[in-house]
Design a binder for this molecule. Structure first.
Ligand code: PMP
Length: 450
């Protein structure tokens, strides 16, 4: 039953949280988390009854919104019949989830290794690549996020790694295409793509091709800023991997399961990786689940020789039952098509229109239900509205933008100088329009800092 708004309960929830919950990525004394009473579809509400349209999909994972009745029922049914069972057994929910996922992943990624989330999927993908090739190094992008566990944070490029980076672990970072802020002095997307590929190949040459086990990329980088790769880039990386016998890992923890208007973002580019990591949207995050989809060749490496890794809750029946129900809901309700159609016909044009009227918007980019507005002080120089990785006073313009959006009833995704527009993939046109009206008001606040 959904708890009803009640300010007294809200105060008690908040007091216990502040006393005992240690929050991720936060200075514990400086945060003031909202006490949430309930959530349904694209909305959630607090204990005072204030409702927010969730333009974040949680952490970009509730791809079918909150409390979908079919998924809730499937989890309840699984709990009633087999709540849990160890990973070494064949379990209906687990085998059915693996079948449905393998049917949708590109190419011959037909074997599924289940994890509890995205970071451990990345850990295992990297381990598989190292064991498959017998090589030590992994190449990853500066503009990337791959998870909060030790190896995954080492592989990550974004500043969340700084405090935890062991500066070892055989990780070498490189620059990926970003036409708006080109590292390659490129004048168009084709040049950006070609020069980024040349940079990658030079990096491999100087590292020693025989030492590189894997290249890992987010198919469409998410928290790094939703930078849809320019034409030819991912196909070029695929060719480079083939040329040097390097395993190509695409991290689709955020981009997979409908987010880009395709089941997998790799389908946007016609590229098939050797390993694909997923989590989040696989079951809309109703029960923690992630995994690695594995190619035939890599699966064969562990055909006669054991794969030396596993997790107690790998393929947990509750999580897998939620995945089966979620994938079926997505197929039956046309959720992927909804993201593609409304992304192209409503979100793209509406954000372009906001950009025309608001000088704080430097660039609009994205695809499907996966969009970013890059906010700038000055459109000509492209100086970001706040400095890279700003905190406290330096981040005041973005904090003011976020506060204004919330005041107007939209919970925004804010990261550095960007706001991402990442509502559930089954959001309606009316909900989107309500959200854009709030963003319009919030951008007027951002404009005052230009
Ligand atoms: N990879 C990518 C691309 C992600 O966006 C994330 C989470 N934001 C992760 C990995 C880590 O996933 P998790 O938080 O489930 O461990």
């Amino acid at each position: 039953m959904t708890p009803q708004p009640n300010p007294d309960t809200g105060a008690a929830v908040k007091a216990a949280d502040r006393a005992h919950v240690f929050h991720s990525w936060s200075a514990q004394d400086l945060i003031d988390p909202l006490a949430v009473a309930g959530a349904e579809g694209s909305y959630f509400w607090d204990y005072d009854g204030k409702r927010y349209l969730d333009f974040t999909s949680g952490l970009v994972y509730t791809n079918i919104g909150y409390q979908h009745p079919k998924v809730v029922a499937a989890v309840q049914e699984q709990a009633a019949t087999m709540t849990t069972f160890a990973p070494a057994f064949a379990i209906e929910a687990r085998s059915e989830a693996a079948r449905l996922i393998a049917e949708r992943t590109p190419g011959d990624l037909d074997k599924i290794f289940f994890t509890n989330g995205g970071a451990d999927a990345v850990e295992h993908a990297v381990r598989m690549a190292r064991l498959h090739t017998g090589r030590p190094k992994v190449l990853s992008a500066y503009r990337s996020y791959h998870g909060g566990t030790q190896q995954a944070i080492n592989i990550t490029g974004d500043p969340r790694r700084w405090a935890s980076d062991s500066a070892t672990g055989g990780v070498v970072r490189f620059w990926t295409p970003f036409p708006y802020r080109s590292r390659f002095y490129a004048e168009n997307e084709e040049q950006e793509s070609a020069r980024a590929l040349e940079h990658l190949e030079t990096t491999i040459a100087f590292e020693g091709p025989g030492t590189v086990a894997a290249i890992i990329l987010e198919t469409v980088p998410g928290t790094a800023g939703i930078m849809v790769p320019p034409p030819g880039y991912l196909a070029g990386v695929r060719e480079i991997c083939d040329k040097y016998g390097i395993v190509f890992i695409l991290d689709e923890v955020m981009a997979g399961f409908g987010r880009t208007g395709e089941w997998f973002a790799a389908d946007l580019f016609g590229v098939v990786p050797d390993l694909l990591t997923f989590a989040k949207g696989v079951n809309s995050g109703y029960v923690p689940l992630g995994g690695v989809a594995i190619s035939g060749a890599i699966a064969e490496t562990f055909g006669k020789r054991p794969y030396p890794g596993g997790l107690t809750y790998s393929g947990h029946p509750l999580a897998c039952a939620a995945a089966v129900a979620t994938i079926n809901v997505m197929a039956e309700e046309g959720v992927v098509e909804n993201a593609r159609r409304l992304g192209g016909s409503v979100v793209g044009p509406a954000l372009a229109e906001l950009a025309e009227r608001h000088p704080s918007v430097g660039e609009v980019r994205g695809v499907g239900m996966f969009w970013a507005l890059e906010l700038v002080k000055n459109r000509e120089t492209r100086e970001p509205l706040v400095p890279y990785n700003a905190t406290g006073e330096a981040n005041a313009p973005m904090a003011a933008f976020a506060a204004a959006a919330k005041q107007h009833g939209v919970w925004p995704f804010v990261n550095m100088n960007r706001t991402h527009v990442v509502p559930p993939c089954n959001v309606t046109e009316a909900e989107l329009k309500e959200g854009f009206a709030a963003l319009d008001a919030a951008l007027s606040v951002a404009d005052t800092y230009t």
